[in-house]
Write a new protein. Structure first.
Length: 470
């Protein structure tokens, strides 16, 4: 069928095209397109329904096809649709189409569809701007009220647990979290001191996380800025090993600041990936300011500051801090059947070094060796000063062969340390033991095995690694 002759009179066709009307034959899917379609890159003189449909936005094709098929099935169908359409340059346009089914007039002409189409992109944009402005105004008023009530809560009591509970409960009305926590920074670890949404908050409160370490909460503190992750485990794989955190996917962390210093982190968790938006992050940060004020008013920061857990000379975890962290790692390894390694490290000939060069030289050697150990070990490992010239490290998820390789790497790095008072580099002897979940060994027994292995390394020549099976 020749569409120029059969569809419509040529003079009428020209008028319809100018008015934005299109018309096509249902059997062939060919006809003429109005000026709108010509401006968007379709062939106005030989308008193809197939070409037109391919350019509709994929998310709108189903609804447009359904409406189109509906009117085709009817004898005198009318249809209407608003949809997105890609122009010849790939730019997205909103189109409004009003379709009318024209029945066959005689046996020589088939059924046709006439369509009045117009570009409503500008109208849609204006509608969207109005909706966004309205939503923004309503949201700002709502958030201001939430913050005002949070401020009132903060000033209502000096009981820290009560303050945290009230604020976190109110936070649920703005940030749809599953669980949330407040973590305070001590020397060597972050500790959960309050939270909401957990089945048993008593099991969560008191949990400690090594600091520094490869965790998102550490980054929040180090960067002193809020962070948001759609799936936190993808960015921090070790996060999946944290006790009571297996449900967490989306995550928000905001720093708690007191007198310009980061003292901890306020965290919000969701099991739904991508659950949090930038608005949630902004509002969480505003609430964190109130939490910080509450903590400062209750003097929690001053009360916990004396629990300094960092060795003052080397900057490593103190012996007490190491054991507090190690017990958490050990319980996690035993509960989930994971392995972990202990390295006991002893600086060789330290007494002779002190006697020959003095205690300030000994301090320099301890600081240099501690720094080398810390830099050589992995971010997930924890290391502390065990006492005197002894150091200790815990390596999570590590079997004996891998632990021995890491220990050898530490030994070699220490042997290359340069000291200001001598041309000789220090050396270190290292004992290695590994916890196997199949055994019932205690943390103390594993450390004792490492200590005996270290003694073996020293007694057989020093400056060597001695692994031992538990």
């Amino acid at each position: 069928m020749d569409h120029d002759a059969s569809l419509i009179d040529s003079e009428v066709l020209a008028a319809w095209c100018e008015a934005g009307v299109s018309c096509w034959d249902l059997d062939s899917g060919i006809g003429f397109g109005g000026r709108l379609w010509t401006s968007l890159g379709l062939d106005g003189e030989r308008f193809s329904i197939a070409d037109w449909f391919r350019r509709i936005h994929p998310d709108d094709q189903l609804k447009v096809r359904a409406e189109y098929d509906r009117i085709v099935r009817e004898e005198e169908g009318r249809g209407f649709a608003q949809y997105r359409f890609f122009g010849y340059d790939g730019e997205e346009h909103w189109i409004e189409s009003d379709w009318t089914l024209i029945p066959a007039s005689d046996e020589h002409s088939g059924r046709r569809i006439a369509a009045l189409d117009r570009d409503i992109t500008v109208d849609r944009a204006r509608e969207q701007e109005l909706l966004l402005a309205k939503d923004s105004a309503e949201r700002s008023a709502y958030e201001a009220d939430i913050l005002r009530r949070a401020g009132a809560v903060v000033s209502s009591t000096l009981d820290v647990d009560h303050i945290l509970t009230l604020i976190l409960d109110q936070m649920q009305t703005v940030v749809p979290y599953d669980t949330a926590s407040v973590q305070l920074l001590h020397d060597g670890y972050l500790e959960i001191v309050g939270g909401a949404g957990w089945d048993n908050i008593d099991e969560v409160k008191g949990l400690r996380f090594p600091y520094p370490g490869n965790m998102p909460n550490v980054d929040v503190i180090q960067r002193s800025m809020p962070l948001r992750f759609n799936n936190v485990v993808q960015d921090y794989p070790h996060f999946a090993e944290v006790a009571h955190a297996q449900h967490i996917s989306a995550w928000i962390g905001v720093p708690l600041m007191v007198r310009g210093k980061s003292i901890g982190v306020l965290t919000f968790d969701s099991a739904q990936e991508g659950a949090f938006t930038s608005d949630h992050l902004r509002l969480a940060a505003a609430f964190a300011e109130h939490v910080s004020v509450a903590l400062a008013n209750a003097q929690l920061f001053e009360e916990t500051e004396h629990l300094a857990m960092t060795d003052s000379l080397t900057g490593l975890l103190s012996r007490r801090a190491f054991f507090m962290n190690a017990r958490a790692f050990f319980e996690h390894a035993r509960r989930y059947g994971h392995e972990m390694a202990i390295l006991m490290m002893d600086l060789d000939h330290f007494k002779r070094l002190n006697d020959e060069y003095g205690h300030s030289a000994g301090d320099e050697a301890l600081v240099a060796v501690a720094e080398t150990i810390r830099e050589t070990l992995r971010d997930s490992d924890i290391v502390g000063r065990y006492g005197g010239e002894e150091f200790i490290a815990l390596l999570p998820e590590t079997q004996l062969p891998e632990a021995s390789v890491i220990a050898e790497r530490v030994r070699k790095a220490v042997s290359e340390v340069e000291l200001s008072f001598t041309v000789d580099s220090p050396t270190i002897s290292i004992g290695v033991s590994v916890f196997d979940a199949k055994t019932d060994a205690s943390l103390k027994e594993i450390i004792d095995h490492s200590d005996r292995a270290c003694y073996l390394a020293k007694s057989t020549g020093r400056n060597r690694v001695a692994p031992v099976e538990v």
